[in-house]
Design a protein around this ligand. Sequence first.
Ligand code: XIL
Length: 356
Amino acid sequence: MQTRYSNILAILLVSLIFISCKQEKFESDNSIPESPTAQIATLREAPYPIGAAVNVNTLRNNENYRNTVIKEMSSITAENAMKMNFISVSRGVYFWDDADYLVNFAATNNIRVHGHTLIWYKHTPSWVSSFTGTTDEWKAIYKQYIQDVVSRYKGKIASWDVVNEIINDDGSLRDCIWLQKIGKEYIELAFRYAHEADPAALLFYNDYGHEYSHIRRMKAFNMADSLAKKGVPVHGIGMQMHTNINRSLDDLRYAVTAAAVTKLKIHVSELDVAVNPDKTLTSFNDAVALRQKNSYRAVAKAMMDIPEEQRYGITMWGVHDPSSWLSPNPDWALPFNSSFQRKPAYDGLLQGFYKQ
Ligand code: XIL
């Protein structure tokens, strides 16, 4: 009899501890789902948006690619189709077909579009390089371009990389035609013009190197901070994170968590994890697959470690290994293989979404 009572008591006690632990977990952060990871069927069910850069021709022509995007992605970015030299044929004349296709595809499939990129020192069309005019005339073509593009997709593109890669490794401003012709005001003007054209769009400053350079990281934070203090509409920091398996997991995590001090939205905007940085591998193998999985997990987890309202998401720079910009150099950098099967990196992402 006594043993029976003590058994019941023990069970009650264990249940109580279990309930109070669960309660505590729930109260400490109810935005982080419980395990098991197996409950997530696709990346679309992740606790924050997961996306990919897409190539519009491949999206049109490759059914497996298209289906993978529809099934797995809650956000897409044009890998090239919205860059200035692809879209801007001459002053006021545009090639919209590919960008339109992408935006319509996203709307049909309920996928967010992140616009990339309004202003970049690369991909300048020749009509801009050969333009001559006063500073005001340069500002006028700059404004027209930004506002034509942003207003065409007003309400359809949720967010834009407004300026891309604007700093050098030493933290100074990178030279570009807009800096030469307009002066350093070109940066804040881009944000102001974009905001005028679509006040609801979230505007990002996108750059690289957060995970390996303290100077680059600090300069990016200071830039975003000083713009925000001046009342410039900047809403987020994009960190590209083209990385590889040799980068320490702490470096990857810290890039994300440190950026959160800005209080801006954080977008890991171009993630890929190359497994073959030294170009010595001839085939993908279990050892590198595991290291790559750990890298993807670290980034996914770091995003869970920042406040929920700052998690803009993770965009991978491509859908499957052969569609990576690092291809044909074999780097196997993405979470889907050449047959669109999920690699261990995919499970790494899933594991990162949870507490364990
Ligand atoms: C790359 C594309 O992936 C390539 O197809 C293109 O030839 C060059 O640009 N940082 C960026 C992206 O912001 O726009 C770049 O995309 C990759 C580096």
